[in-house]
Design a binder for this molecule. Sequence first.
Ligand code: ZN
Length: 150
Amino acid sequence: MQRPAAQALLRAHRELVKQGYGLLIFDAYRPWYVTKIFWDATPPDKHEFVADPAQGSRHNRGCAVDLSLYDLETGSEIQMTGGYDEMSERSYPSYRGGSEEERAHRDLLRREMEKQGFTVYPSEWWHFDYQDWNEYAIQNIPFEQIAERH
Ligand SMILES: [Zn+2]
């Protein structure tokens, strides 16, 4: 991720640790060619759940993260209203179904991320964009090259 976004994510993590949770990160920076693969592999009626390669994804800018919570004591992933990458209405952050506990955890994640300058994606409770995403270019650097630069 871009450094300011990564630092904001770390602040959210530290706040959640105080409450007994850790951040479980599924995805962050993603090269543009991967966005193209996702789009091509997804049926058109599910395109609201994947970024249009013509626009690029905020993941391509290093300013988006897909994540959930895990219980620090047990190490288990926290059950949310729907699964990660599930293409259904259960993925909406506004979804009213699921258990009260699932909604409370989903909303806790959102609240702590919003405090640090992230915005939740309206179709995916796990996807957050960092506030300054439009200041960063769409990147197509493969992961191997990032590792080499490190
Ligand atoms: Zn995402």
